[in-house]
Design a protein around this ligand. Structure first.
Ligand SMILES: C[S@@+](CC[C@H](N)C(=O)[O-])C[C@H]1O[C@@H](n2cnc3c(N)ncnc32)[C@H](O)[C@@H]1O
Length: 270
């Protein structure tokens, strides 16, 4: 029995996309999936899943547009400031001390890179104030969306990306005006990877910190549970999981985690 049995046409479409594009399309919330497919169907003037499937056969470029529509990639530097302030104030000092500054992190669903780069900036800030300057930081940043990843590796951003980043940090870590370019010492801390979190294991565990914000909300509850369990497995003991304000933790995951900050959904692996 599949979760799409009540709608065979949608089931066929979901199966087709998974097969042709190796994308975990069926892990998304049904309402979200239907809304996004409807956006594309309207744009192409078709009104049944069957016709849309035929259109995908004729025009392979439509697959990219559909996946683009589904993988909403809005982001910003320092997005949800309070979460970053909590990371800077409590997570960072603890981890830095324990790992002597050598950190391994993963930003899952990183979009165009603002999240992992913000993390790299905070780590640099911490080292600038307290050392050890020579310690290595490695951040894996993954996303399924190829175009977002291309933008991320260029490391140039227009004004809208900076609305929440403190001016002092913008001045210290970027050059140029509009767009601004990220300094090479920050870019070199982050490795971008194309990766489908619903289908592939963590890129290169173990990590000291895993962030996954504004991503789980698009998936059905079972998928969310499975993904969080995978994040916990990918963490070192005592490592941190940051889910941010938009996400909710379901199921047994709570038993494997210690709550560190209820508002910002920050946990550590116990
Ligand atoms: C709204 S953005 C979140 C960006 C960033 N984490 C933040 O909070 O600002 C959601 C990202 O999740 C990515 N995403 C969606 N489904 C995915 C999947 N199955 N595997 C990997 N990334 C996915 C999208 O491509 C998009 O870039």
């Amino acid at each position: 029995m599949s979760r799409w049995d009540h709608d065979p046409d949608l089931a066929t479409l979901v199966k087709k996309i998974a097969l042709e594009r190796r994308f975990g399309f069926d892990a998304y919330k049904e309402s979200c999936l239907r809304r996004r497919v409807a956006v594309r169907m309207r744009a192409r003037g078709v009104d049944s899943y069957d016709d849309y499937a035929m259109l995908l056969d004729k025009d392979a470029g439509e697959y990219d547009k559909l996946i683009d529509t589904l993988t909403i990639n809005v982001t910003k530097f320092y997005r949800n400031r309070e979460t970053w302030d909590a990371i800077a104030q409590s997570v960072m000092p603890n981890l830095m001390q324990r790992q002597a500054g050598h950190l391994r992190c993963w930003s899952a669903g990183c979009a165009s890179g603002e999240e992992p780069y913000t993390l790299a900036i905070l780590i640099s800030e911490h080292k600038r104030r307290t050392g050890p300057a020579a310690a290595m930081t490695h951040i894996d940043a993954s996303d399924f969306d190829r175009r977002s990843l291309e933008r991320a590796s260029v490391g140039q951003y227009g004004d809208a990306a900076f609305e929440e980043l403190p001016t002092e940090l913008t001045r210290r870590y970027f050059t140029g005006q509009s767009p601004k370019s990220l300094k090479p010492e920050i870019r070199s801390m982050v490795r971008f990877i194309r990766h489908d979190i619903t289908r592939e294991p963590a890129p290169n565990p173990p990590y000291d910190l895993v962030m996954c914000r504004n991503v789980l909300i698009y998936f059905d509850r079972e998928t969310q549970k499975r993904l969080v369990s995978g994040f916990i497995d990918a963490l070192n003991l005592g490592g941190y999981l940051v889910l941010g304000r938009a996400e909710t933790l379901f199921g047994h995951a709570r038993e494997r985690l210690k709550l560190e900050d209820a508002r910002e959904r920050i946990y550590s692996r116990s």
